[in-house]
Design a binder for this molecule. Structure first.
Ligand SMILES: Nc1ncnc2c1ncn2[C@@H]1O[C@H](COP(=O)(O)OP(=O)(O)OP(=O)(O)O)[C@@H](O)[C@H]1O
Length: 262
């Protein structure tokens, strides 16, 4: 798809947000208590976001509403600003103007570390693992750092294939396996909001489908999920709400089915 679809009104996002469940979220994240209920079912609200790198502005006043306990897809062609948006939400790229609110609290100045501690986690790509450590140690590091009461067990229950790989050095795994490990590590940190960048990139459709299915499971259990992806069928199929970015601006927000049929 090269031509972005027409702009839809922002209140689609608010309407979708209204059906979300904060109680299910608390259960799904294994006991992490969200820092406040999501007012109006809104997890994150980015308003008038301008951000970029050096002299280059990438986001030009982006507005984004992420419903709690739903799957939000950020779609768009290469360079549209999807990864930059996730980095802004994670606190890795600062806002030059605009605000970010999380469950009603303005967190524009909150550090990336503090956002992660509160459960706002970004899985950037398959490099989000320690290549020189074993699979077991990759998982242990997170389980211990975050005090997961169940150790690495939740990760192995979610991704049984990792049980056979525990002694393997993460750097020697395939791209799909490293993706799985990166998601497993994020799971152990008990995310309130899980952001995943380009999950399907470089993966076979079968492996990508497996990982999307897992994401759908944790979203169904109440975790808020934000995906940045190309226009893949899998991303459209699992999303509750889709944003299409075009040159750092929103060109569509609404029902992913409208895009799938476009
Ligand atoms: N670290 C960086 N330094 C300078 N420019 C960057 C940096 N990261 C991204 N950009 C530029 O910002 C623009 C948006 O990039 P971004 O990665 O956010 O887009 P994207 O929609 O995620 O694209 P893709 O699907 O290719 O990952 C691009 O023009 C890119 O070259």
């Amino acid at each position: 798809m090269s031509t972005p679809p027409p702009r839809a009104p922002l209140d689609n996002a608010d309407a979708i947000a209204a059906g979300s469940s904060a109680a299910a979220l608390a259960a799904a994240v294994g006991g992490r208590v969200p820092h406040a209920p999501a007012p109006g079912g809104i997890e994150l609200r980015l308003t008038g976001a301008r951000a970029g790198y050096g002299a280059v502005e990438v986001l030009h006043g982006l507005d984004l509403v992420v419903p709690a306990g739903k799957v939000t897809a950020l779609l768009g062609v290469n360079g549209a600003g999807k990864s930059t948006t996730l980095r802004v939400l994670a606190g890795l790229v600062p806002l030059r103007s605009g605000t970010l609110a999380w469950r009603g609290d303005v967190i524009t100045k909150l550090s990336a570390l503090d956002r992660a501690r509160r459960g706002l986690l970004l899985v950037p790509d398959e490099r989000a693992v320690f290549a020189s450590l074993s699979v077991r140690d990759n998982l242990l590091v997170v389980a211990e750092a975050t005090g997961n009461p169940n150790g690495i067990t939740p990760a192995l229950d979610a991704f049984p294939k990792l049980r056979d790989r525990l002694p393997q050095r993460a750097g020697s795994m395939s791209g799909g396996e490293r993706r799985m490990l990166a998601l497993a590590r994020a799971l152990l940190a008990r995310p309130t909001v899980l952001m995943v960048d380009e999950l399907s990139l470089g993966l076979s459709p079968k492996v990508a489908a497996e990982l999307f299915e897992w994401l759908a499971t944790i979203a169904a259990a109440g975790t808020t999920v934000i995906l940045a992806d190309q226009y893949t069928d899998a991303a459209l199929a699992m999303a509750d709400i889709a944003y299409v970015l075009h040159r750092g601006e929103r060109s569509f927000v609404g029902d992913p089915a409208e895009l799938a049929n476009a």
